[in-house]
Design a protein around this ligand. Structure first.
Ligand code: PRP
Ligand code: URA
Length: 111
């Protein structure tokens, strides 16, 4: 659901917030959608996890954790209020014979 504050976004500082930043295409779509509501003074981006592999010239202003990943992996953020516990999972297709398994994120560099 989209909620725009009274007075709209013209001249305001808008901070887009997302859990994972990957290709940048979701942020690009959000910027496109935001333009329909007005002209903010500035738009900033905050993400909990930046996992790299950008496909567009988009960067975050605020990053909770830079988490280098393989393209084959996927990253899932869990929030206590929604999922019952906070966490970041790196899901690797090679991690189990079943084809997918979740492991606790290692803050170290990954190939
Ligand atoms: O930078 P990108 O390549 O666009 O990927 C990042 C987006 O992917 C995820 O959303 P997803 O569409 O998977 O849905 P979800 O939020 O329901 O997980 C995530 O929440 C971001 O919005
Ligand atoms: O790994 C990824 C890629 C895109 N979006 C996610 O939530 N995780």
């Amino acid at each position: 659901m989209t909620e725009i504050p009274d007075g709209g976004v013209d001249g305001r500082v808008v901070i887009l917030v997302d859990d994972v930043l990957y290709s940048g295409r979701t942020v690009r779509a959000a910027l496109d959608a935001l333009a329909a509501y007005g002209r903010p003074r500035t738009v900033q981006l905050a993400v909990l996890v930046d996992r790299g592999h950008r496909e567009l010239p988009i960067r975050a202003d605020y990053v909770g954790k830079n988490m280098p990943t393989s393209r084959r992996e996927s990253v899932a953020v869990r929030l206590r209020e929604i999922d019952g516990a906070d966490g970041v999972l790196i899901v690797s297709p090679e991690a189990s014979p079943a084809g997918a398994a979740a492991g606790t994120a290692d803050p170290g560099d990954r190939p």
